[in-house]
Design a protein around this ligand. Structure first.
Ligand SMILES: NC(=O)c1ccc[n+]([C@@H]2O[C@H](COP(=O)([O-])OP(=O)(O)OC[C@H]3O[C@@H](n4cnc5c(N)ncnc54)[C@H](OP(=O)(O)O)[C@@H]3O)[C@@H](O)[C@H]2O)c1
Length: 260
């Protein structure tokens, strides 16, 4: 599709709009009366101001059609692998379609943590930044929803492994979604301040709070995480302690709603 054919309307394209984060974003945009298009790998009927189109961002299919008439894209698609390819494909297509604003979600510590997943996140950011499309990148800490899955799995063990010095700043995915919507509507702003949750919590803090709600207790087994990743975690390179936007919703608030 050439840029001149793209007559831009108010519709916003949300990739990952069927996911945890993207689901909140889609709801918040439609609540503001904004038309939304969602790109998903599975077919779904369009409804309630949301048009679903099929495509696969890793396979590079369906992207040009998804971008037709779109001025703003929120790239919130992601998986355990290949987020760099996803970002490269959507960035290239967005540039060709002369998209006016590409908003991308990334992870706190992407430029500091020696982990394959985070290197991929950094490569994804670079694809967006180098695309030539005016951009906004927001790095967020781990969502409560993700941490919950880990805490629940740990709580099933008779003895809970407790990597020493490993800390998190879990944040509400709804608060990340609200910030992304603000950023998308405000226009391109480059790297936004990182968004983290209001507390710094260790693995025992997270698991203990979950167990308490179930009236259970477990012993914890402290051990040092090995290697460069262990050292990076102990140095807090996965955290943003200064200069971040800080969400309001605590881990206990989340647990009370989810479990309590
Ligand atoms: N989870 C966290 O703690 C966290 C923290 C900071 C940043 N982030 C960022 O936020 C992103 C979204 O997180 P989430 O928790 O909302 O993820 P999620 O619930 O697992 O949702 C993933 C979304 O990505 C879409 N997707 C995956 N692969 C795709 C592909 N090849 N083509 C098109 N769509 C694809 C899925 O759509 P379909 O299945 O419908 O195709 C789904 O909507 C992450 O990838 C990460 O970059 C997450």
């Amino acid at each position: 599709m050439s840029g001149t054919e793209n007559t831009m309307g108010p519709t916003i394209l949300v990739t990952g709009g069927t996911g945890t984060l993207g689901g909140h974003v889609v709801r918040m945009l439609t609540e503001q009366g904004l038309p939304v298009r969602v790109l998903s790998r599975s077919e779904r009927p369009s409804a309630d101001g949301v048009e679903y189109v099929t495509g696969d961002l890793r396979e590079n299919t369906g992207i040009d059609a998804a971008l037709d008439g779109i001025g703003t894209v929120l790239n919130l698609a992601g998986g355990p692998k290949g987020d760099d390819e996803v970002a490269r494909n959507i960035s290239r297509a967005a540039s060709e379609a002369e998209v006016r604003h590409l908003v991308h979600i990334s992870v706190v510590g992407a430029d500091r943590m020696p982990l394959g997943y985070l290197r991929t996140q950094l490569a994804a950011e670079r694809a967006v930044i180098g695309s030539g499309v005016p951009w906004t990148v927001l790095r967020a800490a781990q969502f409560h929803d993700l941490v919950f899955g880990v805490a629940r799995a740990m709580a099933k063990l008779p003895v809970v492994p407790a990597p020493t010095g490993l800390r998190f700043q879990p944040v509400a995915s709804e608060e990340v979604a609200a910030r992304l919507v603000e950023l998308a509507l405000a226009g391109p702003s480059g790297r936004a301040d990182d968004l983290v949750g209001p507390e710094v919590l260790t693995m025992p803090d997270l698991v203990r709070d979950y167990l308490r709600l179930q009236g259970k207790r477990r012993p914890f087994l402290p051990f040092p995480l090995p290697g460069a990743a262990g050292r990076a975690y102990r140095s807090g390179l996965n955290l943003t302690l200064d200069g971040a936007d800080v969400g309001k919703r605590t881990w206990s608030d989340f647990l009370a709603a989810r479990v309590g």
